[in-house]
Design a protein around this ligand. Structure first.
Ligand code: ATP
Ligand code: MG
Length: 390
């Protein structure tokens, strides 16, 4: 008996005329996700992607991996039958032989997108339902709240008998909402911010600022490990590593200590904007959450925003740390994030950072620096790496 996987669309199913472009991004992502798991035929029709293995493979693993692809709301394993009642009945009996003895109530649902199929859906349900009742003594029918739903789908390219459906990742296909530059630190928050925007269809591009020798090689490797882990949900993406030491030293040397953090974050924004625009990104993404630290007050965020030409997306802005940690655990970045390596933001932190900076004062202070050549130097020294979904 041949088994396949059906992927049901989430929000894309509701799209109108441009549904096809979302669908093609999703199909591309599904194929990219599957490429190292075996040989498959994948095709899309009627808000479903059919994944058909062309060789022996571990379908449990395939199902698990596909449950992290955004744009899919549910995953169902199904057995393939010929489009003919005798074969549908045979496949249903065989495929459900292990599951149905474990439940007491069931219901058959039928979907018939092939309108040339001779039986209408109520007749399909009646026939298959009757047969299962006859075969399994433990079963009775419950149309309203059955323990098990047997689904028979008659589609253009075959008939399917479903097993249990599992909830999938939801969201929009990565890449369908354009590209965004995530400022990725080694902390807990920014990987979660990246995950949340990827869920809304953003293809990430990441930028990380390092300050050797104040930050170590291990700190950089930690960020690259985080990026690798994020690919599970966020797909393959670039990571740009910016040398930030010189800029930080210049800010420390030239500006008032209490302004250090705000100015540093503004310059990060300026560099991120340059790299983002060169890569075709339409927004900057950060892991900031209101009131979490001194640089995340409304006034400080306002000063950072003023340094960005691109819109700044902050998906965690209204979230508590514990909520963020829950997601970090779910996406398996938490354990890496809490490794105790230094971040460039913790280098030269002032004793009393300004929590309510005033933009005009900050800009005046910043003008003491000759920023343009420093930014140029940082951008041109940027190392480009790629985190590849495996
Ligand atoms: P995180 O857990 O993400 O490190 P945080 O609470 O430590 O966040 P900050 O250090 O103030 O907060 O950083 C706020 C945001 O600034 C981060 O979420 C991230 O988007 C960005 N950021 C901080 N440090 C870096 C860095 N070294 N490289 C790139 N982006 C950074
Ligand atoms: Mg941080």
């Amino acid at each position: 008996m041949k088994e396949i996987i059906l992927l049901k669309y989430g929000e894309i199913a509701l799209k109108g005329l441009n549904k096809q472009s979302f669908e093609s991004v999703l199909l591309k992502n599904v194929r990219h996700r599957l490429r190292l798991l075996g040989r498959f035929e994948t095709r899309a029709a009627q808000s479903t992607i059919v994944v058909e293995p062309l060789e022996e493979c571990d379908l449990d693993l395939v199902e698990e991996r596909l449950s992290h692809v955004f744009g899919i709301s549910a995953i169902t394993r199904a057995a393939v039958a010929q489009k003919e009642m005798g074969d549908i009945a045979r496949v249903a009996l065989e495929y459900l032989a292990d599951s149905l003895p474990l439940v007491s109530t069931f219901k058959v649902e039928a979907k018939r997108s092939d309108k040339t199929f001779p039986l209408k859906t109520p007749q399909i349900c009646e026939e298959i339902g009757g047969l299962l009742l006859e075969r399994f003594d433990n079963l009775s029918v419950d149309l309203h709240d059955p323990e098990y739903r047997v689904v028979v789908e008659v589609r253009d390219f075959g008939a399917y008998v479903h097993g249990v459906a599992h909830k999938a990742a939801g969201g929009m296909p990565v890449g369908s909402s354009g590209m965004g530059m995530l400022m990725l630190s080694g902390g807990i928050d920014s990987p979660v911010a990246g995950y949340m925007m990827a869920k809304r269809g953003v293809q990430l591009c990441c930028i990380h600022f390092e300050s050797p020798p104040y930050t170590s090689e291990r700190a950089k490797l930690k960020v690259l490990t985080l990026a690798d882990k994020m690919t599970e949900y966020c797909n393959t993406f670039e990571v740009h590593v910016v040398p930030f030491t010189r800029i930080q030293e210049e800010i420390k040397r030239g500006c008032k200590e209490e302004y250090f953090t705000v100015i540093m974050r503004r310059v990060m924004m300026m560099v991120a904007n340059r790299v983002a625009k060169a890569r075709g990104c339409g927004a900057i993404i950060t892991g900031e959450s209101l009131a979490q630290v001194a640089s995340q007050t409304m006034q400080a965020i306002g000063c950072t925003d003023a340094a960005s030409e691109l819109p700044v997306l902050r998906p965690l802005i209204g979230m508590d740390k514990l909520e963020i940690v829950d997601i970090a655990r779910k996406i398996d970045t938490f354990e890496t994030s809490i490794l105790p390596y230094e971040d460039c933001c913790t280098v030269f932190t002032p004793r009393h950072p300004k929590t309510r900076p005033v933009l005009e004062q900050i800009v005046r202070e910043e003008e003491k620096l000759d920023l343009e050549p420093l930014i140029e130097e940082a951008v041109s020294g940027t190392e480009k790496l790629v985190a590849i979904l495996r």
